[in-house]
Design a protein around this ligand. Sequence first.
Ligand SMILES: C[S@@+](CC[C@H](N)C(=O)[O-])C[C@H]1O[C@@H](n2cnc3c(N)ncnc32)[C@H](O)[C@@H]1O
Length: 384
Amino acid sequence: MFQWPAECYAPCAIGLERFLSAELEGLGLGPTTLSRGGVGFRSDEEGICRANLWLRTAVRILIPIHRAQITDTDSLYEATRQVNWSSYMRVEQTIAVDAAVRDGEITHSQFASRRVKDAICDQFREKAGGKRPNVDPDEPMIPVHLRVVGNEMTLSLDSSGQSLHKRGYRPIQPKAPLNEAMAAGLLMAAGVDSNLPFCDPFCGSGTLPIEAAHRAMLRPPGLNRKFAFQSWMGFRRELMSALRERAKRQMLMELPNKVFLSDWREDVLDLTWQTLQAAGVGKFMRPECKDAREIDLAGVEPGWIVTNPPFGERLSNEKGLMPLYHQFGARLAQVARGWKVGIYGTSGGLAGAFARGLGVRSLESHSFLNGRQVCTLWVFHIPV
Ligand SMILES: C[S@@+](CC[C@H](N)C(=O)[O-])C[C@H]1O[C@@H](n2cnc3c(N)ncnc32)[C@H](O)[C@@H]1O
């Protein structure tokens, strides 16, 4: 079984590590160790619950259970069998193994994960009179994570299950270029002050405004979803329900700031509206159908605009988008004096067109790896 406190690891998108580290420190789970694409920390059982419930920028929370030196998939199989799997799970529980391998003899992550799965099943079959756990690739009760770097393998149990960016409120998961964990990271990177107005004039499905509102209301991102560890042997269920109850009592009942969101596609906004309601923020904001080049902020105290306008994946699309960025910048120069702006995208050329329209250079930029794509947040302060 687990020996608490344990060394744990929270992966995140590359570029978000320091924001995730600050979140962990804020939860009292420091000191942390930053590495590319994740943050290490020490935690007990309660800390695992709090990390899953509260972290906005992490993808999952892993609890390493075995480390070994390996040379090939046979030694990977043997090393996996050194773990006493029946101390972590019952044969009736489902498993799935996902793997990340690099810099070593083992190059096929799928084959590596199959060998780990075989080792677990063979161990059970021998000990449990021929019975073995079933595999459930979609919602395993015991998600196992294998990481191989060079000759070193680490087997972890994934306490989260579904990726933590899935907050549990979306009626349909859109193929948005921006996921919830990245959206939360952008708000942190931009330095958004939750007491000031917030606006996203290219809102799409509303990811940024929802994250901004949840953060402002101190609502935990994991409030309405379940986590894999909740069905684990020996995990105290009452810990999680107590933490959820405490979080509900501490949450603000009203949004402390004004949040505006708009998009020019009416068909998109139907789903956005449903999503806002499912996310519990429908009574505080309503999406408007509007061209971002006609944004109007008259009479609103200056706050934050953080947005990801359309960005072309090919150079030809990018050229076509130049006027939109330039005109949007020029419009903000007229109507958004004193506002701070974060533009998220892939193209320095488009950010440059926006800056020329605005007449202000970007103050800073933060780059991230979103999937395989380098994306950047450019931050601008529009003078009063
Ligand atoms: C990259 S997506 C934004 C995705 C969004 N962040 C989300 O969470 O779904 C860009 C959005 O900008 C909208 N859009 C494109 N041109 C626009 C314009 N001129 N004014 C307002 N919205 C526009 C598109 O309809 C699209 O929903």
